[in-house]
Design a protein around this ligand. Structure first.
Ligand code: 5GP
Length: 199
């Protein structure tokens, strides 16, 4: 029997869309490996180093860029973020699905990646908040960010939402349970797919 290789599920959407919750829940259910990103931003209260993110100094991040360690990287909300190749390639090869929670610039880089293993594995999904009002309520409700940060994220979110047509799939967020059911259904369908090369 031919063993399947893993799916690389790239998930984007503005902060407040609920995409991180979806990705984390998939990993908690052991349905996929969550790719832990590197970032130069400060940890938020409650975030755990090397579990939520690998928190790096600007110098260390630049060194890993120079070493070619990143599959993709981008400047988001004034901070650097990047996905290590080591968080993705070995898992796919071993047949594990990998879920990446990354911004639209990062997703564009993964889509443009020439590596056939990535192209065969790639499934991209954009998660949209139901409305601008609901998005603002979600961004405000988190309670961990300052008013200035929320305003910046709202502006960035509106800009980021313009990119959904570049994605193969779009999920309009409703409730946590509905969103997760549809998210799992996508993964289930993609696992049945013979090839993703002819997108
Ligand atoms: P946050 O700081 O709220 O955790 O994340 C801010 C944004 O950065 C989110 O849109 C998130 O998806 C994105 N992000 C997180 N990790 C990565 C990464 O490794 N690469 C890219 N390109 N974006 C990332």
């Amino acid at each position: 029997m031919h063993e399947r290789t893993g799916i690389l599920l790239v998930v984007s959407g503005p902060s407040g869309s609920g995409k991180t919750t979806l990705c984390r829940r998939l990993a908690a259910d052991k349905a996929a490996h969550y790719s832990i990103s590197c970032t130069t931003r400060q940890p938020r209260p409650g975030e755990i180093a090397d579990l939520d993110y690998h928190f790096l100094s600007g110098e260390l991040f630049a060194a890993r860029v120079a070493a070619g360690d990143f599959l993709e990287y981008a400047l988001v909300h004034g901070n650097h973020y990047g996905t290590l190749r080591s968080e993705v390639l070995g898992f796919l090869d071993a047949g594990s699905d990998v879920v990446m929670d990354i911004d639209v610039q990062g997703a564009a880089q993964v889509r443009a990646c020439a590596d056939p293993a990535i192209q065969q594995a790639l499934v991209d999904l954009f998660v949209m908040p139901p409305s601008d009002d609901e998005l603002l309520a979600r961004l405000t409700g988190r309670g961990t960010d300052s008013a200035a940060t929320i305003a910046l994220r709202m502006t960035n979110a509106i800009e980021e939402m313009r990119h959904w047509p570049s994605y193969t799939y779009r999920l309009l967020s409703a409730t946590h349970e509905e969103d997760y059911a549809r998210f799992k259904a996508l993964l289930t369908a993609e696992r049945l797919r013979v090839s993703r090369l002819a997108r």
